[in-house]
Write a protein that binds this ligand. Sequence first.
Ligand SMILES: [Zn+2]
Length: 272
Amino acid sequence: MKPIHLIAALGLVLAASAGAAHAQGVDKLYVLDCGQGHATDRSLWSPGVDVNVAFDVSDNCYLIHHGQDYLLWDTGVTDAIADKPEGMPAPRPGATAWKKPKTLAGQLAQLGVKPSDIKFLAVSHTHPDHVGNVELFPQSMLLVQKAEYEWPNPLGVGRFKPEHPVTKLEGDHDVFGDGSVMLIATPGHTPGHQSLMVKLPKTGVVILSGDAVHFKANWDNRGVPSLNVDKDKTLASMQRLADLMAKTHAQLWINHDKPQSDTQKHAPEYYE
Ligand SMILES: [Zn+2]
Protein backbone atom coordinates (compact mmCIF):
# COMPACT_ATOMS: atom_id res chain seq x y z
CA MET A 1 0.00 0.00 0.00
CA LYS A 2 1.37 3.44 -0.91
CA PRO A 3 2.01 5.72 2.05
CA ILE A 4 -0.75 8.10 1.02
CA HIS A 5 -3.27 5.25 0.98
CA LEU A 6 -1.99 4.01 4.32
CA ILE A 7 -2.56 7.45 5.82
CA ALA A 8 -6.04 7.59 4.32
CA ALA A 9 -6.82 4.11 5.69
CA LEU A 10 -5.50 5.09 9.10
CA GLY A 11 -7.69 8.16 9.00
CA LEU A 12 -10.72 5.97 8.33
CA VAL A 13 -9.83 3.67 11.21
CA LEU A 14 -9.38 6.65 13.53
CA ALA A 15 -12.66 8.17 12.38
CA ALA A 16 -14.43 4.84 12.92
CA SER A 17 -13.00 4.42 16.42
CA ALA A 18 -13.87 8.03 17.28
CA GLY A 19 -17.40 7.31 16.09
CA ALA A 20 -17.55 4.17 18.23
CA ALA A 21 -16.28 6.10 21.24
CA HIS A 22 -18.94 8.72 20.62
CA ALA A 23 -21.63 6.03 20.52
CA GLN A 24 -20.67 4.77 23.97
CA GLY A 25 -22.74 5.30 27.05
CA VAL A 26 -25.25 2.91 28.53
CA ASP A 27 -27.04 0.70 26.01
CA LYS A 28 -28.68 -1.91 28.24
CA LEU A 29 -30.12 -2.03 31.75
CA TYR A 30 -31.38 -5.40 33.00
CA VAL A 31 -33.61 -5.82 36.06
CA LEU A 32 -32.69 -9.07 37.87
CA ASP A 33 -34.79 -10.81 40.53
CA CYS A 34 -32.48 -10.97 43.55
CA GLY A 35 -34.98 -12.13 46.17
CA GLN A 36 -38.66 -12.19 47.10
CA GLY A 37 -39.50 -11.08 50.61
CA HIS A 38 -42.51 -11.19 52.89
CA ALA A 39 -42.85 -9.09 56.04
CA THR A 40 -45.64 -9.08 58.60
CA ASP A 41 -45.66 -5.46 59.83
CA ARG A 42 -45.45 -2.74 57.24
CA SER A 43 -45.39 -0.05 59.97
CA LEU A 44 -41.73 -0.83 60.69
CA TRP A 45 -41.06 1.02 57.45
CA SER A 46 -43.77 3.67 57.95
CA PRO A 47 -44.17 4.35 61.70
CA GLY A 48 -47.81 4.62 62.78
CA VAL A 49 -49.15 3.56 59.39
CA ASP A 50 -50.24 0.01 58.40
CA VAL A 51 -49.57 -1.55 61.82
CA ASN A 52 -49.43 -5.36 61.51
CA VAL A 53 -50.23 -5.20 57.81
CA ALA A 54 -48.29 -7.91 55.97
CA PHE A 55 -46.80 -7.20 52.55
CA ASP A 56 -44.52 -8.59 49.88
CA VAL A 57 -41.27 -6.92 48.84
CA SER A 58 -39.19 -7.22 45.72
CA ASP A 59 -35.40 -7.18 45.91
CA ASN A 60 -33.88 -6.36 42.56
CA CYS A 61 -30.35 -6.20 41.23
CA TYR A 62 -29.57 -4.21 38.10
CA LEU A 63 -27.00 -5.01 35.44
CA ILE A 64 -25.83 -2.08 33.34
CA HIS A 65 -23.88 -2.45 30.10
CA HIS A 66 -21.70 0.50 29.09
CA GLY A 67 -19.31 0.29 26.13
CA GLN A 68 -17.39 -2.94 26.76
CA ASP A 69 -18.04 -2.95 30.50
CA TYR A 70 -20.62 -4.11 33.01
CA LEU A 71 -21.64 -2.50 36.26
CA LEU A 72 -23.72 -4.52 38.70
CA TRP A 73 -25.83 -2.48 41.11
CA ASP A 74 -26.64 -4.35 44.35
CA THR A 75 -26.40 -8.13 44.76
CA GLY A 76 -29.57 -9.12 46.67
CA VAL A 77 -29.96 -11.78 49.33
CA THR A 78 -27.49 -14.65 49.20
CA ASP A 79 -27.95 -17.20 46.42
CA ALA A 80 -27.66 -19.92 49.12
CA ILE A 81 -31.34 -19.28 49.94
CA ALA A 82 -32.26 -20.76 46.55
CA ASP A 83 -31.18 -24.19 47.86
CA LYS A 84 -33.85 -24.08 50.58
CA PRO A 85 -37.35 -24.64 49.22
CA GLU A 86 -38.84 -23.06 52.36
CA GLY A 87 -36.52 -20.06 51.99
CA MET A 88 -35.01 -18.15 54.88
CA PRO A 89 -37.48 -17.42 57.70
CA ALA A 90 -37.63 -13.99 59.32
CA PRO A 91 -34.86 -13.77 61.94
CA ARG A 92 -37.19 -11.95 64.38
CA PRO A 93 -40.87 -10.93 64.47
CA GLY A 94 -41.62 -8.25 61.90
CA ALA A 95 -38.41 -8.83 59.94
CA THR A 96 -38.45 -10.04 56.35
CA ALA A 97 -38.56 -13.71 55.28
CA TRP A 98 -36.87 -14.36 51.94
CA LYS A 99 -37.27 -16.76 49.08
CA LYS A 100 -35.02 -16.95 46.07
CA PRO A 101 -36.62 -18.66 43.07
CA LYS A 102 -33.73 -17.56 40.81
CA THR A 103 -30.07 -17.14 41.68
CA LEU A 104 -28.12 -14.08 40.64
CA ALA A 105 -25.37 -16.35 39.26
CA GLY A 106 -27.93 -18.24 37.14
CA GLN A 107 -29.48 -15.06 35.73
CA LEU A 108 -26.07 -13.69 34.75
CA ALA A 109 -25.14 -17.03 33.15
CA GLN A 110 -28.37 -16.94 31.16
CA LEU A 111 -27.25 -13.57 29.79
CA GLY A 112 -23.80 -14.97 28.97
CA VAL A 113 -22.16 -12.73 31.57
CA LYS A 114 -19.38 -14.23 33.67
CA PRO A 115 -18.59 -12.86 37.16
CA SER A 116 -15.20 -11.75 35.80
CA ASP A 117 -17.03 -9.63 33.19
CA ILE A 118 -18.35 -7.38 35.96
CA LYS A 119 -15.89 -4.48 36.05
CA PHE A 120 -17.65 -2.45 38.71
CA LEU A 121 -19.79 -3.66 41.58
CA ALA A 122 -21.65 -0.90 43.40
CA VAL A 123 -23.89 -1.51 46.40
CA SER A 124 -26.43 0.90 47.83
CA HIS A 125 -25.56 -0.12 51.39
CA THR A 126 -24.46 -3.08 53.48
CA HIS A 127 -27.72 -4.68 54.65
CA PRO A 128 -27.84 -8.41 53.87
CA ASP A 129 -30.52 -8.06 51.18
CA HIS A 130 -28.07 -5.93 49.14
CA VAL A 131 -24.64 -7.44 49.78
CA GLY A 132 -25.57 -11.14 49.87
CA ASN A 133 -23.50 -12.06 46.81
CA VAL A 134 -20.62 -9.57 46.77
CA GLU A 135 -18.07 -12.39 46.96
CA LEU A 136 -19.37 -13.98 43.76
CA PHE A 137 -17.35 -11.15 42.17
CA PRO A 138 -13.96 -11.17 43.90
CA GLN A 139 -12.24 -9.34 41.02
CA SER A 140 -14.83 -6.60 40.53
CA MET A 141 -14.00 -3.11 41.74
CA LEU A 142 -16.34 -2.35 44.60
CA LEU A 143 -17.72 1.20 44.57
CA VAL A 144 -18.93 2.02 48.05
CA GLN A 145 -19.13 5.10 50.22
CA LYS A 146 -16.27 5.36 52.72
CA ALA A 147 -18.81 6.02 55.51
CA GLU A 148 -20.51 2.72 54.71
CA TYR A 149 -17.28 0.75 54.34
CA GLU A 150 -16.06 1.97 57.70
CA TRP A 151 -19.44 1.74 59.52
CA PRO A 152 -18.66 -0.42 62.57
CA ASN A 153 -20.25 -3.85 62.28
CA PRO A 154 -21.90 -5.22 65.44
CA LEU A 155 -20.08 -8.50 64.80
CA GLY A 156 -16.78 -6.65 65.11
CA VAL A 157 -15.65 -7.62 61.60
CA GLY A 158 -15.37 -5.56 58.44
CA ARG A 159 -18.41 -5.18 56.21
CA PHE A 160 -16.40 -6.45 53.22
CA LYS A 161 -13.47 -8.77 52.84
CA PRO A 162 -10.36 -6.60 53.24
CA GLU A 163 -8.80 -8.14 50.12
CA HIS A 164 -11.74 -7.19 47.86
CA PRO A 165 -10.67 -4.37 45.48
CA VAL A 166 -12.49 -1.23 46.57
CA THR A 167 -12.84 2.44 45.77
CA LYS A 168 -14.06 4.25 48.88
CA LEU A 169 -16.15 7.21 47.81
CA GLU A 170 -16.85 10.45 49.60
CA GLY A 171 -19.94 11.77 47.86
CA ASP A 172 -21.19 11.51 44.28
CA HIS A 173 -19.17 9.59 41.69
CA ASP A 174 -19.26 9.51 37.88
CA VAL A 175 -18.67 5.78 37.24
CA PHE A 176 -17.61 5.89 33.57
CA GLY A 177 -16.47 9.52 33.43
CA ASP A 178 -19.10 10.55 30.87
CA GLY A 179 -22.02 11.40 33.17
CA SER A 180 -24.09 8.40 32.02
CA VAL A 181 -23.99 6.55 35.35
CA MET A 182 -23.75 8.55 38.55
CA LEU A 183 -23.60 7.30 42.12
CA ILE A 184 -25.56 9.75 44.25
CA ALA A 185 -24.80 9.94 47.98
CA THR A 186 -28.11 9.51 49.84
CA PRO A 187 -27.21 8.89 53.50
CA GLY A 188 -29.81 8.28 56.19
CA HIS A 189 -31.00 4.69 55.87
CA THR A 190 -27.39 3.81 56.68
CA PRO A 191 -24.36 6.14 57.14
CA GLY A 192 -23.04 5.73 53.60
CA HIS A 193 -26.13 4.85 51.62
CA GLN A 194 -26.06 5.70 47.90
CA SER A 195 -28.45 5.64 44.94
CA LEU A 196 -27.69 5.31 41.22
CA MET A 197 -28.71 7.57 38.34
CA VAL A 198 -28.56 6.02 34.86
CA LYS A 199 -29.05 7.84 31.55
CA LEU A 200 -30.55 5.50 28.97
CA PRO A 201 -30.80 6.51 25.30
CA LYS A 202 -34.47 5.54 24.85
CA THR A 203 -35.91 5.15 28.36
CA GLY A 204 -34.42 8.41 29.62
CA VAL A 205 -33.03 8.98 33.09
CA VAL A 206 -33.74 6.37 35.75
CA ILE A 207 -32.88 6.71 39.43
CA LEU A 208 -32.41 3.39 41.23
CA SER A 209 -33.37 4.17 44.80
CA GLY A 210 -31.48 1.57 46.78
CA ASP A 211 -33.22 1.90 50.16
CA ALA A 212 -33.34 5.71 50.16
CA VAL A 213 -37.06 4.91 50.07
CA HIS A 214 -38.68 1.48 50.46
CA PHE A 215 -42.03 1.80 48.71
CA LYS A 216 -44.15 4.34 46.92
CA ALA A 217 -46.36 5.26 49.87
CA ASN A 218 -43.21 6.13 51.82
CA TRP A 219 -42.03 8.30 48.99
CA ASP A 220 -45.36 10.08 48.66
CA ASN A 221 -45.62 10.67 52.44
CA ARG A 222 -41.90 11.04 53.21
CA GLY A 223 -42.15 8.14 55.64
CA VAL A 224 -38.90 7.19 57.39
CA PRO A 225 -38.44 3.59 58.56
CA SER A 226 -37.79 3.18 62.28
CA LEU A 227 -34.55 1.31 61.63
CA ASN A 228 -32.93 4.15 59.65
CA VAL A 229 -29.82 5.53 61.32
CA ASP A 230 -30.63 9.20 60.66
CA LYS A 231 -34.12 10.59 60.04
CA ASP A 232 -33.06 14.12 59.01
CA LYS A 233 -30.49 12.83 56.55
CA THR A 234 -33.07 10.40 55.14
CA LEU A 235 -35.50 13.27 54.52
CA ALA A 236 -32.73 15.41 52.99
CA SER A 237 -31.73 12.53 50.71
CA MET A 238 -35.33 12.02 49.56
CA GLN A 239 -35.55 15.73 48.77
CA ARG A 240 -32.27 15.54 46.89
CA LEU A 241 -33.66 12.72 44.73
CA ALA A 242 -36.87 14.68 44.16
CA ASP A 243 -34.83 17.69 43.02
CA LEU A 244 -32.74 15.51 40.68
CA MET A 245 -35.91 13.97 39.25
CA ALA A 246 -37.38 17.40 38.59
CA LYS A 247 -34.17 18.54 36.90
CA THR A 248 -33.62 15.46 34.73
CA HIS A 249 -37.24 14.25 34.30
CA ALA A 250 -36.06 10.98 35.85
CA GLN A 251 -38.20 8.01 36.78
CA LEU A 252 -37.73 6.65 40.30
CA TRP A 253 -37.39 2.88 40.47
CA ILE A 254 -37.96 1.83 44.07
CA ASN A 255 -36.05 -1.38 44.68
CA HIS A 256 -38.37 -2.96 47.26
CA ASP A 257 -41.69 -1.76 45.81
CA LYS A 258 -43.14 -5.01 44.53
CA PRO A 259 -46.17 -3.52 42.71
CA GLN A 260 -43.78 -1.29 40.73
CA SER A 261 -41.29 -4.12 40.14
CA ASP A 262 -44.11 -6.30 38.83
CA THR A 263 -44.76 -3.75 36.07
CA GLN A 264 -41.12 -3.80 34.92
CA LYS A 265 -39.37 -5.88 32.29
CA HIS A 266 -37.04 -8.38 33.91
CA ALA A 267 -34.01 -10.12 32.40
CA PRO A 268 -33.45 -11.42 29.80
CA GLU A 269 -35.49 -8.47 28.55
CA TYR A 270 -33.83 -5.11 29.08
CA TYR A 271 -34.28 -1.37 28.95
CA GLU A 272 -32.32 0.71 26.47
ZN1 LIG B 1 -33.18 -3.45 51.48
